[in-house]
Design a protein around this ligand. Structure first.
Ligand SMILES: [Zn+2]
Length: 428
């Protein structure tokens, strides 16, 4: 397969060239942040580190970590440009009762557009394409990134946003949409509504589907390919805090390439914060290398994944990679000393027929043995005999693959875990 590069110089750069570029950008960014952001200057001073101490890429580990709570609490102090240079603001719900606000200069917006243009071109989107953006506009970043990128490559954009599914289907039919950008679940909602209307979306011009927010399973991807007639389904990974972050590798589908000129990544143990090596799962730590308004220095992303450093990939790029199986530390549960992510359990559930793949983990730390319960959602109600055998197999499978024995498995009806349910509940 040959992929097309939007920016040949950067996307085709060798591992060595990228390492050199990254070091130059890191030194410049650390200096700029130290000089212009009161928040980072204070943190660097407290940690006893000066910009001149950054001499290699590995020296990034000398810098202090930044938490999401700190960014929420210190918006104006983090800013590394005067407010008059801020072009736009994005916001996401906070964890401390305060929203997380992210500022961008015009140049920051241009970098997100560039990263997005690289991504879309790489996935096969061209000037001739019609891109229907069903993600939310407003203060959330998702829709804007793809919008800016599609605009840059000169494609036609339908900025419809979410909802009104019948109208979405009408647009696909009447305007000949070729690329659909949607939250994974919303892709399935569109299929459901089309089916109810007696429409087959395969009959129209759709060729590329981009799934955002949740990673679809392999089975779900083939359902989308069949249902929409897609030639390709790509997964989009990013967050409001780090827009224009990565691109889903066209050859090694288990990885995203991280744009090395925009972001430097490390992976650390989520508890001890000790640096982990390639292939080890831990918390993704992100440093933005060129952002002007709201820089991230060793930002603890709360996302759990693994990474591969600079190495030429079969797709032709040497930008570092992070795994597509991403868990959230927010959902992490520790059961009798073993760390468990709902994502691991969900991966096991997808192998069982009759289950939706969604689950909830409940740990009761008040009991001496820390009783753990797994609630799993059923797509249809099976007989009691089937439930009993699924229950036993499931407990065994989770024990073998995750290393934890659940004391109880409870089946709940489809729809119990809709919306923002808590994937992990720890009773203390
Ligand atoms: Zn690749």
């Amino acid at each position: 397969m040959t992929v097309v590069f939007w920016n040949k110089k950067i996307q085709g750069a060798s591992a060595e060239e990228l390492r050199k570029l990254q070091l130059r950008l890191l030194k410049r960014q650390v200096k700029r942040v130290y000089e212009n952001s009161a928040f980072y200057r204070r943190k660097f001073k407290e940690a006893g580190v000066r910009p001149s101490q950054i001499k290699s890429l590995e020296d990034v580990a000398k810098l202090p970590f930044t938490s999401r709570e700190e960014l929420e609490a210190n918006f104006h102090e983090v800013l590394a440009v005067p407010m008059s240079n801020v072009a736009t603001i994005r916001m996401t719900s906070g964890t401390t009762g305060r929203p997380l606000r992210i500022a961008h200069t015009k140049h920051d917006v241009e970098m997100v557009a560039e990263a997005s243009a690289r991504k879309l071109t790489y996935h096969g989107v061209r000037k001739e394409d019609i891109v229907q953006v069903t993600a939310s506009y407003g203060l959330w970043q998702g829709a804007w990134s793809v919008h800016w990128g599609a605009e840059k490559i000169g494609a036609c954009i339908i900025p419809i946003g979410p909802g009104d599914t019948e109208r979405q289907i009408l647009m696909i039919k009447q305007l000949g949409t070729t690329v659909l950008y949607a939250v994974t679940n919303y892709h399935f909602r569109i299929l459901e509504v089309a089916k109810a209307l007696g429409e087959s979306l395969r009959n129209y011009n759709l060729r590329i589907g981009i799934c955002v927010a949740e990673k679809p399973s392999k089975e779900q991807i083939s359902m989308l390919e069949k249902g929409f007639g897609y030639e390709k389904v790509a997964i989009d990974y990013g967050a409001t805090e780090f827009p224009g972050f990565s691109v889903h590798c066209e050859e090694e589908r288990d990885f995203h390439h991280v744009w090395a000129d925009y972001y430097l990544v490390e992976v650390v143990d989520p508890e001890t914060r000790e640096l982990l090596g390639e292939g080890e799962r831990g918390e993704l730590v992100i440093t933005s290398l060129q952002r002007e308004a709201f820089p991230l220095i060793r930002y603890l992303s709360r996302d759990i994944t693994d990474y591969v450093g600079f190495k030429k990939c079969a797709c032709g790029m040497s930008h570092p990679k992070v795994g597509v199986d991403i868990d959230r530390t927010d959902f992490m549960a520790k059961i009798r000393g073993v760390i468990v992510y709902p994502g691991h359990v969900e991966a096991i559930l997808s192998g069982f027929p009759g289950l939706t793949g969604r689950c909830q983990i409940i740990v009761d730390k008040r009991t001496p043995k820390q009783e753990a319960t797994l609630k799993v959602e059923m797509s249809k109600v099976p007989s009691e005999v089937v439930q009993k055998s699924v229950k036993e197999k499931l407990i065994e499978e989770v024990k073998n693959r995750v290393g934890v024995t659940f004391n109880e498995v409870i089946f709940v009806p489809n729809g119990s875990f809709e919306g923002k349910f808590r994937k992990t509940i720890v009773i203390t």
